[in-house]
Ligand binder design. Sequence first.
Ligand code: 5GP
Length: 204
Amino acid sequence: MNKGRLIVISGPSGIGKGTVCKELFKVDESLVPSISWTTRERRKGEEEGITYFYRTDEEFDRMIASGGFLEYAGIYGGRYGTPRDYVEKRMAEGKNVILEIETKGAMEVMRKAEDVCSIYLLPPTMRVLRDRLVSRGREGYEKAMERFRCAYDEIDLARAYRYVIVNEKLEDTVQSIEDILHGEYQNPADLEERIKTLKEETEL
Ligand code: 5GP
């Protein structure tokens, strides 16, 4: 059996990574999620062992000390980490494992692991992203705007990823990821111009 691949998907908060991944798991059974550990509180509708493994700071520290994370990072007041054993086990079973993680952790994975398929999702416009962050009402206006300001800095990092997709329509994005996995995707030719325009149009 062939070993599975490691796929990293990142993008600014509010881009819709979760929705994209959910759809991918529906259409492609070779794909499985990596389930991260987090110290943040469980939100309504989330489940232990499905969305995350919810752990205390002490448990998280012990996992770091034992080298149990492939990567970990702190963001928005919580800590998040990818459990190494889980990912390696699924890859050994021939599964392609998707890590839906923020950029700092993603860079660490790209440094440590070979042949990582790294994908960054960009918004079509910054206004779309801001509206999504504010209207999903998960954490109130100020927190949503804090995430939006992070997004402004973060989109520059798209260049560090092997593939970049403009996430406009869910089905197109899912198709692009399938194309990437089959070696049939090319990054947008105007990528630099796009990143520049996204930054210029941002009103913080
Ligand atoms: P949320 O709290 O909204 O579920 O996630 C916040 C951020 O943490 C998102 O950008 C998500 O992709 C990222 N994240 C989730 N799990 C991990 C992980 O294991 N490692 C890293 N580095 N980031 C993660």
